[in-house]
Design a protein around this ligand. Structure first.
Ligand SMILES: [Zn+2]
Length: 283
């Protein structure tokens, strides 16, 4: 059964590891992630953006994730990544989604609180958990493009007030990570993360972990990040392997054959990221 992310994140927080949240796009990417996570006895979060739902269909993704969760005995959550409207979130809650992110981080503080609280109140009646973001990550995720100049870091005191007034279950922090590929070496504000951890008791989420050196992600986990989001670093090996196969086999036309090397390459990346999160062997 698909679960919400409450228990898995609190266990991770207590035991000092992070649950990886991998962005999925279709049947194949879901298969690779859940199969690998189960083999490594890791909990896992399947994250889908509004763009993924408009591509694949909310009901299709929900159904595939439910089948996956029935197949395996390790905890699997389907999570709405960077959703911005109550209507879309409600549509998924009604389909049975148990984990949502409402991203109102581009609104001013009071408006952010208002929008997030509205979603949290609704989602909790469905037994779903809610993540929100304070601060603003730069970079691009789907249609969401944030100029570096418009990004800003999470303020610890505001974070505490934000969590208390919204009733959210986890908080995404902005400490210098960005979505997509990094143009220059990212500099993370570890002290800020530690300060937020001190004053906020809900699990903290690190977005934009693709391209952050292994040791830096580990340090964030040690400082209290217990959900780590990864999208780009799975998409690249999948696409590279697919491209290589099709170039080397220009007559290939069987998806069952040309998807295999792509899935295999993605699996390696999933293993690497689960190991980085230290979530293997926790279930
Ligand atoms: Zn994100």
């Amino acid at each position: 059964m698909l679960v919400n992310t409450k228990e898995m994140l609190i266990k991770a927080q207590k035991e000092g590891y992070a649950v990886p949240a991998f962005n999925i796009h279709n049947l194949e990417t879901i298969q690779v992630i859940v199969e690998t996570a189960n083999q490594l006895r890791s909990p896992v979060i399947l994250a889908a953006t509004p763009g993924t739902f408009s591509y694949a269909g909310r009901d299709y993704i929900q159904a595939i994730a439910e089948v996956a969760a029935k197949r395996y005995d390790t905890p699997i959550a389907l999570h709405l990544d960077h959703h911005e409207t109550l209507e879309e979130i409600k549509a998924s809650l009604e389909l049975g989604t148990k984990s949502v992110m409402i991203d109102a981080s581009h609104h001013p503080f009071e408006e952010n609180i208002k929008r997030v609280k509205e979603v949290a109140d609704l989602a909790h009646t469905y037994g779903a958990t809610v993540e929100a973001e304070l601060g603003r990550l730069g970079g691009q995720e789907d249609d969401l493009v944030v100029d570096e100049a418009d990004s800003f870091y999470t303020d610890p005191a505001s974070a505490r007030e934000f969590v208390e007034r919204t009733g959210i279950d986890s908080l995404a922090v902005a400490i210098g990570t960005a979505h997509g590929l990094y143009k220059s070496e990212p500099k993370l504000d570890f002290d800020r993360l530690a300060k937020v951890r001190e004053v906020v008791d809900v699990p903290l989420v690190l977005h934009g972990a693709s391209g952050i050196p292994f040791e830096d992600v580990r340090r964030c986990i040690d400082l209290g990040a217990c959900k780590v989001n990864i999208a780009t670093e799975l998409k690249i090996p999948f696409s590279d392997a697919l491209r290589k196969f099709l170039v080397e086999n220009p007559d290939a036309s069987d998806p069952r054959k040309y998807m295999e090397p792509a899935k295999k390459a993605m699996k390696e990346a999933v293993i690497e990221k689960i190991t980085m999160c230290k979530s293997d062997g926790t279930y």
